[in-house]
Design a binder for this molecule. Structure first.
Ligand code: G16
Length: 544
């Protein structure tokens, strides 16, 4: 008989989930009872979990293995019937989403702080996904948070560690634990969606692909899919051994943290196609020889070409993008005569639209793209859809992108991040602008006229739920837009994100540098908010 222990605890005040689950520094999670309190709050808030199946895995970062054992013991004590856990405690976020759907699990717990660094003093995270495979929506995360504020005990089985490194079935009391291959099901799903023969044929012509797994979870997935199933040269898969500290780097696939890949793709002897993914495998970076494709453009181009891949041959029914993502995809939706939805930042807001069959593709400026095949963004899926399109069109990434711009116009886009700001200063900037929104229309800033200004509110067309205060939007005459928003994924201080865009129809101007093409808007952002005066920062920390 396995003993079930009831351990008394006091609530922790700071367990409010952010954009994507609870993210904190490892020492915060290591406080006695902290991790257990949050997991118990999840179990206490989901009804009917007795006897049900839970999917469990993480991105392999420091503390992953410890928390996997804690969740297993607590799931047994709370009466779950079965847990499917990835071998070594590993599951990429999209692979976990797929497994939840495939096995009709009640939900899943994914341990990840995404693109944030890992290590004893770095970041860790816990997120709960519901039965559709997607991130818990606001009503679920609110219930979890409410429970963390009153929690007084957690339940845990007094059992030894489970061997998570051997495939097979084990038990804790009445609960069955299946340690499964984290890669196989996901790789099969990708092979079902895409034309692997066509991609293999493209590679056989000498088309060179390089992929940077950033020492994160996608290494084993990339080896199976790209090397074993598609014939990519193994030497072109870089940083494919997952590490608990991501080799000491940020597993963030952007031009700052994947700078080496970027330099290589801009060199004279660059491969034809370069890509990277993040800590938990849901983000993507796409770079062609000599050309970086912004996530917003990538969504638009994938939407315009998706019908070239078997899974989307019948056409896509609709597109959704997060509000700060550029409006490039809207032009494609208009041309295709399909629905277009604008949601708040956070993949959880796409779930209802996908479940209702209103959209097929979703995307975010924060390097996330995905489809209705799972309910998470999916880094390798995006890479494979690009490869499938390239295999059919037999053109370079550069030509595909510039042809897209010639047809739809180019939406110049950039995001400026001010990281680790004093919370009061960040609030002063947001409140200062937020309080003046009603008086801005008609004002002119450096030759740009403000047409409209508001705070974004989303009404979900499927269940009618409302999300308010999702970012401040300033629209200018002529189609320019600036969005101001505070990040919900950081673990120290506040991060202010400023998103800037404008549409340019004339192909003669499409080669311009985005920072230069957006300079008047960048200046307008400063005069609207006084970021430099309030924070003392004269330039953003990260420009993407
Ligand atoms: C998470 C969410 C995304 C969101 C991103 C950025 O991504 O899943 O939907 O766009 O955070 O959020 P923020 O601007 O609030 O920092 P990930 O990859 O970190 O899980």
């Amino acid at each position: 008989m396995t003993a079930i222990e009831t351990i008394s605890i006091r609530p922790f005040e700071d367990q409010k989930p952010g954009t994507s689950g609870l993210r904190k520094k490892v020492p915060v999670f290591r406080q006695p009872g902290y991790t257990e309190a949050f997991i118990q709050a999840i179990f206490d808030s989901i009804e009917g979990h007795r006897g049900q199946t839970l999917v469990l895995g993480g991105d392999g970062r420091f503390y992953n293995r410890t928390v996997i054992q804690t969740v297993l013991r607590m799931a047994a004590a709370n009466g779950f019937g079965r847990v499917l856990v990835g071998r070594g405690g590993i599951l990429s976020t999209p692979a976990a989403s797929h497994l939840i759907r495939k096995h009709a699990a009640l939900g899943g717990i994914i341990l990840s702080a995404s693109h944030n660094p890992g290590g004893p003093n770095e970041d860790f995270g816990i997120k709960y996904n519901i039965g559709n495979g997607g991130p818990a929506p606001d009503n679920v995360t609110s219930a979890i948070y409410a429970r963390t504020q009153t929690i007084e005990r957690y339940l845990i089985a007094g059992s030894p560690d489970v061997d998570i490194d051997q495939l097979g079935t084990q038990q804790i009391g009445d609960m069955q634990i299946d340690v499964i291959d984290p890669v196989a099901d996901y790789a099969d799903l990708m092979q079902d969606l895409f034309d692997f023969d066509a991609i293999r044929a493209l590679i056989a012509t000498g088309f060179q692909i390089t992929f940077d797994a950033m020492h994160a979870v996608t290494g084993p997935y990339a080896k199976e899919i790209f090397v074993r199933r598609l014939g990519v040269d193994a030497d072109l898969i870089r940083n494919a051994e997952p590490s608990e500290t991501f080799g000491g780097h940020h597993p963030d696939p952007n031009l700052v943290h994947a700078a080496e890949l970027y330099q290589r793709m801009m060199s004279d002897d660059a491969p034809d196609f370069g890509a990277a993914s993040d800590g938990d495998g849901d983000r993507n970076l796409i770079i062609g020889k000599g050309i970086f494709v912004t996530p917003s453009d990538s969504l638009a181009i994938l939407a315009a070409n998706a019908h070239l891949a078997p899974a989307y041959r019948a056409g896509i029914v609709g597109i959704a993008r997060s509000m700060p993502t550029s409006q490039a995809a809207d032009r494609v939706a208009e041309a295709l005569g399909i629905e277009m939805h604008e949601t708040p930042t956070g993949w959880k807001y796409f779930g209802n639209l996908l479940d209702a069959g209103r959209v097929t593709l979703c995307g975010e400026e924060s390097a996330g793209t995905g489809s209705d095949h799972v309910r998470e963004k999916d880094g390798l899926w995006a890479v494979l859809l690009w490869l499938n399109i390239l295999a059919v069109r037999r053109q370079s990434v550069h030509d595909i992108v510039t042809e897209h711009w010639a047809r739809f116009g180019r939406t110049f886009y950039t995001r400026h991040d001010y990281e680790n700001l004093d919370a009061a200063a960040a609030a002063q900037i947001m409140d200062g602008l937020g309080n003046r929104l009603d008086s801005l229309a008609g004002q002119t800033l450096g030759g740009l006229t403000i047409q409209q200004a508001d705070s974004f509110t989303y009404r979900d067309p499927v269940d009618g739920s409302v999300a308010e205060n999702q970012g401040l939007r300033i629209f200018f005459a002529g189609g320019g837009r600036i969005v101001f928003r505070l990040s919900g994924t950081g673990t120290s201080g506040a991060t202010l994100r400023v998103y800037l865009e404008r549409h340019e129809a004339d192909p003669a101007n499409h080669d311009r540098d985005p920072q230069e093409a957006l300079a008047p808007l960048i200046e307008a952002a400063e005069s609207l908010t006084g970021i430099a005066t309030i924070t003392g920062r004269t330039a953003p920390d990260v420009v993407t």
